[in-house]
Design a protein around this ligand. Structure first.
Ligand code: PMP
Length: 408
């Protein structure tokens, strides 16, 4: 599938999908060659990480720790940061939520994915803003009104609208109050560089399966002090440095092992790191330009599809990644998505995308049809590496055909 006009072979999407158009990257992106090659290379040689003296175990330990180093470089980890391999973004944010110092308030907007909305023990939820300026003002106001310790968490890019949040501006505000910043980079990392310092972030979380690696591995990167002081996320082998004879007589490990109890997902971590490395080497400006060209083509075409209205929080000119959601006037988005799959071989997604408060707000009463569960929903088209102009043209054509015939 040579789709990009420059050499990105480590980032070629693998698989033979000639009859199927995958436009649901925001849920899970397809796997690229770099990840597949890394797994293929290790499959015949792996053993248990950190456990054995045999050559397989040593190779695996080396590969796992190398993967951590690669990810550390990918996120611009600082000397006082730890990189922890998790299962995914949800896992990473839950881990961090349990590591917050007691009585910490977590300030966030309600435009977040549930993974960044639900784990926080003491949340202060602000209504999603309509502009970056409004976001900054609302955050300042909220932090002015807080007296105890707080953190601020925000998504890098919305999984619903694709809009890039003004992370740096918000982070500058938070940090001027001495408040640490958490960035949910699940949708940002696949599209733009995610450097902790550039973002103004103290913590960053993302998932391998949205970053062109297979499922099962994610990352939490950030300041080690809270993580080292917290109870281990998973108590067990690896998380413990020394265990005495009596219950409670033990010393927990520090650093990443403290929160990586049990046998780690070596293949997942190695695949994820291989993509991080490929993305760093290949040159992101070209990838971004390609994606932005597709985005412009899609949005231009959608503006001529009757019954489909693109939704946004910050307005149509605000920067976004390769994600567009549509309100479908008088149509059931779930039925439209099903027909795109069944009749046109196109995979998109309909519903609320695990962001119920945001989708409710963007759907607006009467602006979009209800899905078959009766809840208002949107139709989402998302793409990335391996997507082509032909894919975009095909979904535009199919959507026009389906919307011309489906009514609820
Ligand atoms: N945050 C955002 C912005 C997401 O889009 C998603 C996945 N849709 C998540 C968090 C959760 O990711 P995962 O399911 O990999 O844990």
């Amino acid at each position: 599938m040579p789709s990009l006009p420059f050499d990105v072979s480590p980032l070629d999407v693998i698989g033979d999908d000639s009859d199927f158009v995958h436009l649901d990257y925001a849920a899970s992106a397809p796997c690229v060659r770099a990840a597949a090659d890394a797994v293929q290379d290790l499959l015949p040689r792996y053993g248990s990480v950190h456990r054995g003296t045999g050559v397989r175990s040593q190779t695996s330990t080396l590969a796992y720790e190398l993967a951590r180093d690669v990810v550390a470089e990918f996120v611009g980890a600082r000397p006082d940061d730890t990189v922890i391999f998790t299962r995914n973004t949800t896992d990473a944010l839950n881990l961090l939520a349990r590591a917050l110092p007691p009585a910490t308030t977590t300030v966030h907007f309600d435009g977040e994915h549930h993974a960044n909305l639900l784990p926080w023990p003491n949340p202060l939820r602000l209504p999603a803003p309509s502009s970056p300026d409004e976001a900054v003002t609302a955050l300042k106001l909220a932090l002015d009104g807080l007296s105890g310790p707080a953190v601020f968490t925000v998504t890098g890019a919305s999984n619903v609208t694709g809009e890039v949040w003004p992370v740096r501006e918000l982070a500058d505000v938070a940090r001027s109050y001495g408040v640490r910043v958490i960035v949910d980079a699940a949708q940002l990392a696949p599209h733009v560089p995610v450097d902790l310092d550039d973002l103004g972030a103290d913590y960053l979380a993302f998932s391998g399966h949205k970053l062109y690696a297979p499922f099962g591995a994610g990352v939490l990167a950030g300041r080690a002090d809270w993580l080292d002081a917290a109870e281990p996320y998973l108590a067990g082998g690896g998380a413990s440095a020394a265990v005495g004879d009596r219950p409670g007589d033990l010393t927990w490990a520090t650093g990443a092992p403290r929160h990586e109890g049990g046998t780690p997902n070596l293949l997942g971590a190695v695949a994820l790191a291989a993509v991080c490395e490929a993305l760093t080497t290949v040159g992101r400006p070209e990838l971004r330009d390609h994606e932005q060209r597709l985005l412009a083509r899609l949005r231009d075409g959608l503006s001529r599809v009757p019954g489909a209205t693109e939704v946004s929080l910050f307005g149509p000119d605000h920067p976004r990644v390769g994600i567009v959601s549509l309100a479908l006037t008088g149509h059931d988005p779930a039925e439209v998505a099903r027909r795109l799959g069944r009749e046109h071989g196109i995979g998109v997604r309909a519903g609320q995308f695990c962001a119920h408060p945001l989708v409710r707000r963007l759907s607006g009463t009467g602006r979009t049809g209800a899905c078959d569960d009766g809840v208002p929903g949107l139709l989402r088209i998302s793409f990335g590496l391996g997507s082509t102009e032909a894919d975009i043209d095909r979904v535009l054509e199919a959507l026009t055909a389906v919307l011309g015939t489906v009514r609820t």
